[in-house]
Design a protein around this ligand. Structure first.
Ligand code: OSB
Ligand code: MG
Length: 361
């Protein structure tokens, strides 16, 4: 008998993570487990306890998975087949992605193949950058220095409206040459071009999602008005949005989060769309536990992913993770697990301890 279990876990973060939309002190998310045919698969839904990054949160994702998507996986469809069935549900990509990735893990394990090899041609490693939350500029500069010492290949600082210039200037003044980017998480409007133009002098690799979470058109306009390349995160919620972004000239770079795009199948397609349009692509993160991270690392190892992503090892976020074999970064790279599927060993006892509620779907 197939069984789908959903656990809501709550793990304290080592330090608070501040973005322009809010401050996180915990990772509160859904862990999915699918059992059947002698296989146990896991995945993580990237939604959190609030709808500040996008409209989904843990409650909407739980509802969609438990009441609509769960029944579509009883015969263990392929990820493709599942997505086809799930087209009746509009939107809710994070919920869909959690189930789609669960099936990727399931089928990779059934074939006894590591996930990164199921996804296409793998480089065998992911290039790793770090995402640093907003803090006092002195603290941010110190954190950048520590991250560089640990070998991170790219530093991204979160910015917010009115503080962008001071944050980026302080980091650039201390580290004139490093690969540096800034992530606004959609806090500017088209009337703020003058603020963003002032960042042009800092030679950023790109500016991530300056404008509205759903926008393409104003990003295309902004892209002509500043010299810093534009990277889209929130706005690229589907393959269709990726195609349109390049059609209207809204982006130079795309941050792919499989959770935002409905899973790995769509992510692979977006990667192809971006590279075909001569854009650059990297894999982002959503403060996931080691389970969610393992999917990101597998995808970030894909041959066509050309920029370092936000795939820091989880010691950055958690004192203790719910996996027994967390990723280790050396010289700014992480190797995907070589075991079947995501290759993660779950710490079931600790997972149980961190679980607030669970459901069978
Ligand atoms: O915009 O990339 C983002 C975390 C939560 C929500 C949005 C974002 C982020 C990050 C964290 O930047 C990246 C990571 O998981 O290491
Ligand atoms: Mg972002």
């Amino acid at each position: 008998m197939p069984s789908l279990k959903i656990n809501l876990v709550r793990l304290p973060l080592l330090s608070r993570f501040k973005t322009s939309f809010g401050t996180e002190t915990h990772r509160c998310g859904l862990i999915l487990r699918l059992r059947g045919d002698g296989v146990t698969a896991y995945s993580e839904c990237v939604a959190s306890s609030n709808p500040y990054y996008s409209y989904e949160d843990n409650d909407t994702a739980l509802h969609i998975i438990r009441d609509h998507l769960g029944k579509l996986v009883r015969d263990f469809p392929s990820p493709d087949e599942f997505l086809e069935r799930a087209t009746t549900v509009k939107g809710h990509n994070m919920a869909k992605a959690a189930v789609e990735m669960l099936l990727w893990d399931f089928h990779s394990k059934r074939k006894m193949k590591p996930l990164h090899k199921m996804l296409g041609e793998s480089k065998g490693h992911a290039d790793v950058g770090i995402s640093l939350g907003i803090d006092r500029t002195g603290v941010m500069v110190k954190r950048v220095g520590e991250a560089l010492k640990r070998g991170y290949k790219r530093i991204k600082v979160k910015i917010e409206k009115g503080k962008e210039y001071d944050i980026v200037r302080a980091v650039r003044a201390s580290f004139p040459e490093i690969p540096l980017s800034a992530d606004a998480n959609a806090c500017y409007s088209v009337r703020d071009v003058h603020l963003l133009r002032r960042l042009d002098r800092f030679n950023l690799l790109y500016l991530e999602q300056p404008l509205d979470h759903d926008d393409l058109i104003y990003h295309a306009r902004l892209r002509k008005e500043i010299s810093t390349p534009i990277c889209l995160d929130e706005s690229i919620s589907s393959v269709d949005k990726a195609l349109k972004a390049f059609e209207v000239g809204a982006a130079d770079v795309v941050n792919i989060k499989p959770g935002r795009i409905g899973g790995l199948t769509n992510s692979l397609e977006v990667i192809r769309v971006v590279r075909k349009n001569k854009g650059h692509v990297w894999i982002g993160g959503m403060l996931e536990t080691g389970i969610g991270r393992s999917f990101n690392i597998a995808l970030a190892s894909h041959k066509l992913v050309d920029y370092a992503g936000d795939t820091s090892p989880n010691e950055k976020y958690f004192e203790r993770d719910i996996v027994k074999n967390p990723f280790v970064m050396r010289y700014g790279i992480i190797r995907p697990n070589s075991g079947p599927g995501i290759g993660i060993e779950i710490d079931e006892r600790f997972l149980g301890k961190m679980t607030i509620r669970s459901w069978a779907a």
